[in-house]
Design a protein around this ligand. Sequence first.
Ligand code: 6PG
Length: 254
Amino acid sequence: MNPRDPGHHLHVHRDQRELAHAVAQRISRAASQAVARRGRFTITLAGGSTPRTLYSVLAQDHARDIPWSSIVILFGDERCVGPDHEHSNFRMAAQTLLTRVGILPHHVHRIRAESGSADAAREYDHVLRNVLAADPDGMFDLTLLGMGADGHTASLFPGRDFSADAGRLAMPATAPTAFPVPERVTITLEAIARSRNVDFLVTGSDKRATLQAVLRAAGSDADPALPASLVRGRHGIDWHVDAAANPHIPIPHS
Ligand code: 6PG
């Protein structure tokens, strides 16, 4: 582990539901603190399926204790489809959370990926810079991330030329054919590093070996073949995992 790296904090939860409730509590505390200090809380939502339970818990159990009218919503990545498409990350977040709490529409910054990855990435890069400019420290508050069994996060996939992302907060991305919708827009490692808190949500036994490899690689010898190991957060990274993905459980030798 790189000594300069603020560190990785592992939180093992019994199952997805317990993980969702714990992370929802964490978001509620962080949001109340940020709004009291800076008048707003920015949260970058993860896509995929794991966050669905968390977003539902936020809508069901935290509609009142979170100051939703002061919450700013960003997205970690989007597939290049319309906002009503079954594979849209925005659609998933809208159904599970955004339409169920008092978020102000102009505080929801959707990636307009249906316009094509190059144009949408340029536009979102500006959106992210404007959001950062309104923060006294030029930071985002919380970035939620998922991780695939191949070690990708957001739409930063193994094999990506990360040097091309230099100086950018959002970029076009291409997913391997095994994933829905190859053409995408993603936030960059630089954007994630501008976040006060970075929380990964990783569940399922199929991700345990990858998580072990990512935690081993994280830090100075981080591995571009495992993009999740390249992620940095200003105050370290919190990994929320269920028992099935617990990296401390040895992988049975097949
Ligand atoms: C996406 C996500 C992606 C996701 C991981 C994990 O658009 O697909 O941003 O990075 O977080 O693939 O997905 P699951 O939570 O569905 O396993």
